[in-house]
Design a protein around this ligand. Structure first.
Ligand code: NAP
Ligand code: MG
Length: 504
């Protein structure tokens, strides 16, 4: 089976202008600059393989200039002394601009990453705007406390007055992955700006286009110079340099557990703060009484949305043995119904993976599983040599020790395993080093909450999967990460507490 998709000419003026314009440079102190060493790298449409643009290849010296701009901006009165309500209005304005430019941002995202137009336009671009709107409301509600202390050794006749203030953590390096590019950037920028931090953003090399368009919109919104700087380039150069940089106070990273570990190592020099949103191997537990009208499309969407390139993708299903075979059969039918094509084709349900290299990686997991006895119930193959398309895949007869059961595949592949008792389902679900998310599917209220309590994961969905909202804190337990995004918890990660204790 092969899948040929012709190149797509961008339709929105904004996408065309970006691909032709200066924003393929680096944004430093609100000026679009060429890379210090003059390098460039190509970004492609993974569906057709067409070249989209050459982007500036930032290197360590660009990262240094960007960090210096961010340090200056931190104490620039235009930013430091901006009234909280004005900071809130600025965040709201950024949200308005994202919404006003949603069509072109969605077009760029789909062209660059491959995901379907519906995923970009209906879900991820609006969700990016909502990040800014959610944290806009927090900007004038960041509060300290007054604290009655029990200290007894102050001079007689004097009193003590103690309070806390909240301060921005400082210069943040935001390093983002390729699966949901604009949203991952927004999830860092919105709370960072709300807290008064300044940022150097290093987007994923494969999907930097929407970050660059966002950069233009941030300037248009009136963000003071240096508050957000964008350095495109490679993780091994720019990313690693930022992670080790002595003038970076915090790294906000989303990506693989492997790179997360490298960032932990690099951060040792100045013990910078870290938030790490890492990989997952999220289970879906389907009980015998599950409402299959919900569970079948829900489990299917939980793995196949964005072609499985979702950190919380439900890649391991544990289905009660009484319904296992029928469930597999119906899930395979759901998988077979999905239409693959260019993300910008309105008929398309699933686009390609981000690159043909990623499709090859997915194929290696599936091939290895097959050779160890796994059975393919649907899909199981890449759609052509060098293709970035991978057929939605359902696998059975897997063993917990198979690599496809232990490592994150980041592709449209779900492995289904039967169980008999809920306790057994929990043992199987928790048999992983990850702890990002899980879903449980049952109509029994008590069973649902008992399973939710028993799963080791930062998010548990009941009768749904991959439901996100800025109000819902999201973070990984175990090797899925440190810290949280979204909610008040997401803001905490960008704030320091200062305790002030005075004899008065
Ligand atoms: P990745 O390879 O870890 O890369 C993520 C980012 O880190 C990219 O910008 C990358 O740059 C950069 N990077 C690479 N090496 C680096 C280094 N040594 N130092 C500093 N930065 C470095 O992840 P990915 O393949 O882009 O994205 C997929 C992964 O993201 C999956 O594991 C997925 O689970 C995870 N993810 C997690 C969440 C969550 O919330 N937990 C959400 C989405 C995705 P280059 O682009 O140049 O390689
Ligand atoms: Mg691309």
């Amino acid at each position: 089976m092969t899948h040929h998709v012709p190149p797509h000419q961008p339709k929105t003026p904004g996408a065309n202008a970006l691909l032709a314009g200066k924003a393929k440079r680096l944004l430093i102190a609100n000026v679009w600059r060429t890379a210090a060493e003059g390098g460039a790298f190509a970004t492609h449409d993974p569906a057709s393989g067409a070249l989209l643009a050459y982007l500036a290849e930032g290197t360590a010296s660009d990262a240094d200039i960007a960090v210096a701009a961010a340090r200056d901006a931190l104490v620039d009165p235009a930013w430091r002394d901006m009234k909280p309500s004005a900071r809130g209005r600025l965040l709201w304005k950024i949200a308005d601009l994202i919404e006003a430019h949603a069509d072109e941002l969605a077009e760029l995202e789909t062209l660059d990453q491959g995901k379907s137009w519906a995923t970009s336009r209906m879900a991820e671009i609006p969700a990016s705007a909502e990040q800014f709107r959610y944290y806009a409301g927090f900007a004038n509600k960041i509060l300290g406390q007054t604290i009655p202390t029990s200290i007894g050794y102050h001079p007689p006749g004097k009193k003590l007055f103690a309070y806390t203030t909240r301060e921005p953590v400082g210069v943040v390096a935001a390093i983002t992955p390729w699966n949901s590019p604009l949203l991952m950037a927004a999830m860092k920028l919105a709370p960072a700006l709300c807290a008064g931090c300044t940022v150097v953003l290093k987007p994923a090399e494969e999907t930097s286009l929407t970050a660059l368009r966002l950069g233009e919109l941030l300037v248009e919104a009136g963000l003071p110079a240096g508050v957000v700087n964008i350095v495109t380039g490679f993780g091994s150069t720019v990313g690693a340099h930022l992670a080790a940089h002595p003038d970076v106070d915090k790294v906000a990273f989303t990506g693989s557990t492997e790179v997360g570990r490298m960032i932990v190592g690099a951060a040792q020099g100045n013990l910078k703060k870290l938030t790490l949103e890492l990989g997952g191997k999220s289970p879906a537990i389907v009980m015998p009484d599950a409402d299959l009208q919900l569970a079948l499309p829900g489990v299917a969407r939980g793995i196949f949305a964005n072609s499985g390139q979702v950190c919380v993708a439900g890649s391991r299903a544990y289905v009660h043995s009484s319904i296992h075979d029928a469930f597999v059969e119906k899930l395979a039918l759901e998988a077979g119904k999905l239409r693959l094509g260019h993300g910008l084709d309105p008929e398309t349900d699933l686009g390609p993976l981000v690159s043909s290299a990623q499709a090859a990686r997915v194929a290696s997991y599936v091939d290895e599983g097959k050779s160890s006895g796994a059975v393919i119930a649907a899909g199981g193959e890449r759609l052509g040599i060098d293709s970035a398309f991978f057929a939605p895949t359902v696998v059975t007869a897997v063993h917990p020790e198979m690599r496809m059961m232990r490592e994150e595949i980041f592709g449209p592949v779900i492995a289904v395993t039967p169980f008999d008792e809920p306790e057994e389902a929990l043992v199987l679900a928790n048999d992983t080093k990850f702890g990002l998310a899980a879903s449980v599917w049952t109509q029994d209220l008590s069973a649902a909450h008992r399973l939710a309590a028993g799963v080791r994961a930062g998010t548990v969905w009941i009768n749904c999967h991959s439901y996100f909202s800025p109000e819902l804190p999201k973070g990984g337990h175990r090797e899925s990460g440190w810290g949280y995004e979204n909610g008040p918890q997401g803001l905490e990660n960008y704030l320091e507490t200062k305790a002030v204790c005075a004899v008065i």
